[in-house]
Design a protein around this ligand. Structure first.
Ligand code: TXA
Ligand code: MG
Length: 318
């Protein structure tokens, strides 16, 4: 489609108008969020949404997240129970995606939900992306802006390496702050279930709502397109390593120092921020195996371990 992507700073006065013009005309735009960069299309435009799947090489049965400007916009497309509303009020804008019953006649492209009866909604904490959604006055469907199964992009340059000749516009908002994708929970019948761990933890959600957060049975695939192998660098990944063997590069954490260290002080928030960037840096060394130090499975460490386990999983297994 496009010959070469234009990359413009997200704070450029033209950026919102240009992005909205492309989205209105059915084209895709890469946008920053606080988690990772997203590949956005007008969520009401079926052809544009299908183009997301072909551009990413994403299985058509893996649904997309619909990004909204606020809770009111979400309510046009999903049924928001009081518990879901409470979560929106507390955590939006922010890295919490809610899977809620989808209003089938609301106009969202069927390709966004991949035929499910639920729709994932999220309000990203990025002023430029919120301005775009408000100006378009429609939600945008946006998966992470990487080819399916690859590491998620945390800078505009990462997006350009993946998609430069496939999309017309990339908005550069600098390195994302959180660094890993949003927490996803489903809220149904007053029951909160964690579908993907992220920087907002189950404990935080429970603390705020007083409700338990159930863990999805990890072998159960809620969205049929969810794959075990995901976030994969080119190299193999070996976990819980304390040193590098021959043909390995070590990504350290805390006292386990490696070629790169996710956080010398053992800070899990900093480690999440650096995770994909360092996996990518290690991969750039064209080494056979990336060894990664143990990461404590508490707080955001649960989400980091989720991404690492997927990166280390046998490729294309499901
Ligand atoms: O932080 C994020 O969430 C980023 C940024 C760009 O917003 N987006 C993102 O999108 O990570 P994606 O497509 O890479 O991951 C979305 C996940 C997929 O695993 C998909 O299966 C799941 O959300 N999902 C989407 N709709 C769902 C639904 N209705 N039920 C269950 N899972 C759903
Ligand atoms: Mg993704």
């Amino acid at each position: 489609m496009a010959t070469k992507s234009q990359i413009i700073p997200a704070n450029d006065v033209r950026s919102v108008a240009m992005a909205v013009a492309h989205l209105r005309d059915g084209r895709l735009v890469a946008v920053p969020t606080e988690t990772v960069y997203g590949l956005a299309a007008n969520a009401l435009d079926n052809v544009a949404v299908q183009h997301i799947y072909t551009t990413k090489g994403r299985p058509s049965n893996n649904p997309l997240i619909c990004h909204v400007a606020n809770a009111e916009m979400a309510e046009r497309y999903v049924t928001v129970c009081p518990l879901a509303k409470e979560l929106m009020t507390k955590f939006w804008p922010g890295p919490l995606t809610l899977v809620l019953p989808y209003k089938t006649d609301s106009g969202v492209s069927k390709s966004v939900t991949a035929g499910l009866t639920t729709l994932a909604v999220r309000c990203p904490d990025s002023s430029i992306t919120l301005d775009i959604i408000k100006s378009l006055n429609k939600p945008v469907a946006a998966p992470s802006a990487n080819p399916s199964g690859k590491l998620s992009p945390t800078t505009a340059q990462d997006v350009a390496e993946y998609l430069a000749h496939k999309i017309p516009l990339i908005l550069d908002g600098g390195q994302t702050t959180v660094g890993i994708e949003s927490t996803i929970v489903s809220v149904q019948d007053d029951c909160i279930t964690l579908l993907r761990p992220g920087s907002i933890t189950s404990d935080e959600i429970t603390e705020h709502t007083g409700q338990p957060v159930y863990d999805r049975n990890s072998t159960e695939i809620t969205a049929p397109g969810q794959l075990l192998s995901h976030y994969a660098p080119k190299a193999k990944v070996r976990l819980n390593a304390t040193n590098a063997s021959k043909n390995e590069i070590l990504i350290g954490f805390g006292e386990v120092s490696g070629t790169f260290n996710l956080s010398e002080t053992g800070n899990l928030t900093e480690a999440a921020h650096n995770l994909f960037a360092y996996l990518r840096k290690a991969d750039d060394e064209h080494i056979k195996t990336i060894a990664v130090a143990p990461i404590p499975a508490k707080g955001i460490g649960i989400a980091i371990n989720d991404r690492l386990n997927r990166a280390a999983a046998p490729r294309n297994t499901i």
